[in-house]
Write a protein that binds this ligand. Structure first.
Ligand code: MG
Length: 378
């Protein structure tokens, strides 16, 4: 077995034609720090969550020297060693995004070296395709609420016309727009009226609310038959989540801001949510996402991975989704994003409301080196 001889961080960036917002921020570009790990002739690809700044330096200056010479198939050992060493170096701050980027690349590499898909290495596929929900319906640069509502409704109709049977929209307008919780509910009501009762609706507040507003909004979302209310409140408020979960009929979902098994375990033990949403790039890679999925299974909860990355994150998430029990949903980002759409030689696309899961070694995609060079910003 070849040993690891190169670990490189590759920063990618592309400005968007039109900016959009969720409750946290305006998004005017998409930026990723990919991780490439080489062992002999094989290459594995991973992706860190968040901005390039910080991730790139840690991957190249801290992680790379520790990985060179190690057996790339010892993925969980390397994952655990990295978490341990980062904790001793950075104390309360363990950069899960860095661990995630490296871990995904190692799983990809392990699969390629063994000639097996990551799903196969995780215990085998339960499905060849997964039902996807269309994530979109972000806030736009418009002057009136009527214009925002019209744009969001038009987008929802477009997704249903394309075959999607589940949609997720954004709420939490008060932080970055002149509107507030009344208009948040009005957006969901307008989508419900436009698409009818048969479409599954999910709503994401990106932890915008205080406890009282979260309760007020959650009661009204239950009346609109929303399947889950995502991140109503800030991620650190586990006890507040638990009280909210008790008080509301609508199910709560969260996890994109939690990392490693410990944070998810505290949420499960508190009864914080019905749906756990680990993200392969931010929770600590495929290793952590698979461990969170096991935790969910043992607590009789569903894990629906959060996905908002490039083609690498999407492909890695699909490998985990292939293995989950029950009826998992893929978060399928529908915002325009050339890095997500063009980076893989064979792009991952939907067929109506399902996305086929590649069954090739590793995470199942081949990175297009010409496209990579085009988006690269170092
Ligand atoms: Mg979210």
């Amino acid at each position: 077995m070849p040993t690891i001889d190169d670990v490189t961080a590759i920063p990618l960036r592309r400005e968007l034609d039109e900016r959009f917002a969720n409750a946290q921020k305006w998004i005017d570009s998409r930026e990723y720090c990919l991780v490439r790990v080489k062992a002999g002739e094989q290459t594995g690809w991973g992706e860190c969550w968040g901005p390039v700044a910080g991730n790139r330096e840690l991957v190249e200056e801290y992680v790379a020297p520790r990985l060179r010479g190690r057996d790339p198939t010892n993925v969980e050992q390397i994952h655990d060693d990295l978490v341990f060493e980062l904790r001793s170096s950075y104390h309360s701050y363990v950069p899960a995004s860095v661990v995630g980027g490296v871990d995904i690349a190692l799983w990809d590499l392990r699969g390629k070296l063994r000639g097996e898909s990551v799903a196969s290495l995780l215990g085998g596929r339960r499905r060849d395709s997964v039902r996807a929900y269309a994530t979109g319906h972000f806030f736009r640069d418009v002057d009136s609420f009527d214009a925002l509502r019209a744009a969001v409704v038009e987008e929802a109709r477009g997704h249903v016309k394309a075959g999607f049977t589940a949609l997720k929209n954004k709420i939490g307008l008060a932080r970055h727009t002149p509107w507030g919780r009344e208009e948040d509910i009005e957006l969901v009501r307008a989508i419900r009226e436009a698409v009818g009762d048969d479409v599954t609706l999910l709503t994401d507040a990106n932890h915008a609310y205080d406890a009282a507003d979260a309760r007020w909004v959650g009661r009204r979302l239950a009346d609109l038959d929303v399947r889950f209310f995502e991140e109503p409140i800030p991620p650190e408020g586990i006890d507040q989540y638990a009280r909210l979960n008790d008080a509301l009929d609508v199910s709560l979902a969260a996890g994109e801001c939690w990392a490693f098994e410990g944070e998810f375990r505290r949420a499960v033990e508190a009864g914080a949510v019905d749906y756990l949403q680990p993200d392969v790039t931010s929770a600590g890679g495929i290793t952590s996402t698979d461990r969170v999925a096991s935790l969910a299974r043992s607590a009789n909860l569903q894990a629906f991975p959060h996905v908002f990355g490039s083609a690498v994150a999407l492909a890695a998430s699909l490998q985990v989704l292939a293995t989950l029990p029950g009826e998992p949903l893929l978060e399928f980002d529908r915002t325009p994003n050339p890095i997500r759409e063009d980076l893989a030689v064979e792009p991952i696309t939907n067929d109506r409301d399902r996305v086929p899961i590649p069954d090739r070694p590793g995470i199942g995609i081949e990175v297009d080196e010409d496209i990579l060079a085009e988006f690269r910003v170092d």
